[in-house]
Design a protein around this ligand. Sequence first.
Ligand SMILES: [Zn+2]
Length: 227
Amino acid sequence: MRVIRKYNGYYTQFLIDYEREEKKELTGKQTGLDVGLNYFYTDCSGNQIDNPRFLRKDERKLKKLQRRLSRTQKGSQNRQKARNKLGRAHLKVSRRRNDWACKLAQHVIRSNDLVAVENLRIRNMVKNHHLAKSISDAAWYRFREWLEYMARVYGVPVIAVEPAYTSQNCSNCGEKVVKTLSTRTHECPHCGYIADRDENAARNILKSALKQLSNKETDKKSINGLI
Ligand SMILES: [Zn+2]
């Protein structure tokens, strides 16, 4: 147990050693998620989840309070007040973000038997506060944490793949189709496959996760064969 002080009061945290396990029926579905700039993610059926509106709004609000704080004089009562206000706002924002990320992650896990994501080394990104440039990065970080937690609870594998070429290659034939960031549609001159850029990337992410899995299987089999 530990007691922590936050901007709006004191909290007691309890740590309990308990493995949570939930039953889940097989859905027969697998998916890959591509993180984009325009959407929170796109899955391989083309479903796009918008960045929640409140993220932008909250970001603006925090900036405003931050500016207000920097205008106050050091050591003054107003500064103390402004700091408290900013602290409470941060707390509210992070709770809202956390709640949203948790529900979304649970939904994704419960509707799939396997989930593939890009390995973005997000932990290092957020550790360095200068690189954690926007609140949506933080939302993705929370989402990834909840995804891993729900994966354990519901027994659904979440596989992280290296992000190389996921947006450039054709998910249908495997050929490289070079695109700039502004090209929103993937059009393959080799096989004629046309899809939204992010949907194509999501399909590549799933494909590469399945490949990773089957490689592991063959490794295991060859080891067993040797023994
Ligand atoms: Zn193609």
